[in-house]
Design a binder for this molecule. Structure first.
Ligand code: 4AD
Ligand code: MG
Length: 461
């Protein structure tokens, strides 16, 4: 007999003589002539109700089952007497696979997110985290589908790299040196030539530069993988290890890039809205009452588009006292981003054309010689979820940009080759996977949408 999932059992078209289902006990209640189990196997939010009659040979074992124990149940799928579900199982056999004692930390009562973070290995067994991680999986699938349906090629860019794409110095260094006793050069510095790769290497902050090489060959590409930032910021939207999706398109300009980002974000919302309906209802009930209305509202209308210069003027005119003052030439802080989307425009907002000084070397310089073709998509509740740009395709301008940013063109010879041989206008962006997941679930902390979060001081699992 092939086992079925709780989800398939609950969606069965008809009663069945025998089904086999594995799972974990959520609760047990005893009546006079039977024991009543709620079984969950993670396939869906709902539990399968199991009636285990007192006539079972191992009924005493069944009566000792506690929350968290694992069992295999064989029995009849019959119409449910109780409310809320169509089917339940009358057990003919309950095999206890693994017991769980009273120390099992996930008891029926609600737990705080902080406590659940301390049991990251068990929290996927809770309703909320089961729902979060099923949605995460579905969102990942939707991302591949979006690009594959549009003819994009999936590129695996390296995790270990020698380049610092964002130039922000937030790199995790990769080394096999014994750091207590590293090989020293004559000048006393660590000798990178003696390290594993015979040079200094890092965990990648972005696959963009490599994706550009592939876009300038295959036309439309995307990456989807882990990226790393050694930023020491303890906020609800920063992690040191997060996943990023980076489309890169040849023969595309800033306008096309903004259109793609908007279409992409909306398509992902639509996909989750249709295919994670049950989990989304849980989020709407327990995490964020406004969630469904907000997602539907976002789908209905175009994103607001506004230049950085206009955005600064609007923020200044607002008269609002921000913690960080609003100043042309400085980066928008999260409070500014949220104010734009939550108060000024009340919808997702794409800010473009930022001052060249505050953006990385690869962005295309505008004719005004002051701004670059950067674009950030900001959403209510979070702020930035997408960052991207048209890339500088002119060799001489790119080299000048690099020098201005203190980047030595000699270190990026391969990247400059893309401008030497058949250069083309091209553009792309990065969507923060976890931030998108926060947006579609309403979960307010990035630590709660990653299976095992990496944040400063936290790599316990
Ligand atoms: O704006 P960022 O730094 O852009 C890039 O890395 C570009 N190379 C992307 C490209 O053009 N191909 O990062 C892109 C997105 C941000 O908008 C944000 O959503 C997310 O990545 N992100 C983070 N998410 C979680 N934790 C962090 N520390 C993040 N840093 C960036
Ligand atoms: Mg950014």
């Amino acid at each position: 007999l092939k086992p079925t999932t709780v989800k398939d059992a609950l969606h069965s078209e008809s009663a069945q003589d025998t089904i086999l289902v594995h799972g974990w006990v959520r609760t047990r209640r005893d009546a006079k002539t039977f024991s009543f189990l709620e079984l969950n196997d993670g396939s869906c939010l709902k539990n399968l109700q199991v009636i285990a009659p007192a006539t079972l040979a191992n009924y005493t074992d069944v009566q000792h089952l506690t929350t968290g124990a694992s069992v295999t149940v064989r029995g009849k799928l019959v119409p449910s007497q109780g409310q809320g579900q169509k089917w339940e199982v009358t057990a003919e056999d309950v095999t206890v696979i693994g017991t769980a004692d009273a120390t099992y930390p996930l008891q029926k009562k609600g737990h705080t997110p902080e406590f659940l973070r301390e049991i990251a290995h068990l929290r996927p067994r809770s309703n909320l985290f089961g729902a979060v991680f099923r949605t995460r999986s579905r969102l990942a699938f939707a991302i591949h589908r979006f690009f594959q349906e549009r003819g994009f090629v999936y590129v695996h860019t390296p995790i270990i790299t020698g380049s610092d794409c964002e130039g922000a110095g937030e790199l995790f260094r990769v080394t096999t040196h014994d750091l207590a006793n590293p090989p020293k050069r004559e000048d006393g510095l660590i000798d990178d030539a003696k390290d594993f790769f015979a040079r200094r290497t890092y965990l990648t902050v972005s696959g963009q530069l490599e994706a550009e090489a592939f876009a300038c060959a295959l036309g439309k590409v995307y990456t989807f993988g882990p990226t790393f930032r050694a930023e020491n910021s303890n906020t609800s939207r920063h992690a040191n290890e997060f996943w990023m999706i980076e489309p890169e398109v040849a023969f595309c300009d800033l306008q096309g890039n903004m259109d793609l980002a908007e279409e992409f974000v909306k398509a992902l919302i639509r996909e989750v809205r249709t295919n994670c309906a049950e989990d989304l209802e849980l989020f709407a009930k327990f995490v964020d009452k406004e969630l469904l209305a907000r997602l539907d509202f976002v789908l209905e209308r175009p994103f607001q588009r506004v230049s950085y210069t206009e955005a600064i003027e609007l923020l200044k005119k607002s008269g609002k006292q921000f913690e960080y003052p609003v100043e042309y030439g400085t980066n928008l802080q999260s409070e500014h981003e949220r104010y734009l989307t939550e108060v000024v425009f009340k919808c997702p907002t794409t800010v473009y054309n930022y001052p060249k000084e505050i953006k990385p070397f690869y962005m295309r310089l505008n004719d005004d010689d002051k701004t670059v073709t950067a674009m950030d998509v900001l959403v209510p509740g979070i702020g930035e979820i997408v960052g991207g740009s048209q890339r500088e395709e002119r060799l001489d301008v790119l080299e000048a940009n690099m020098r201005r940013h203190g980047v030595d063109p000699k270190d990026y010879g391969w990247y400059l080759d893309l401008r030497r041989y058949g250069t083309v206008p091209h553009a792309g962006f990065g969507l923060g996977f976890e931030r998108m997941l926060m947006f579609v679930t309403g979960v307010p902390n990035i630590r709660d949408v990653i299976p095992f979060a990496r944040t400063p001081g936290n790599a316990a699992f």
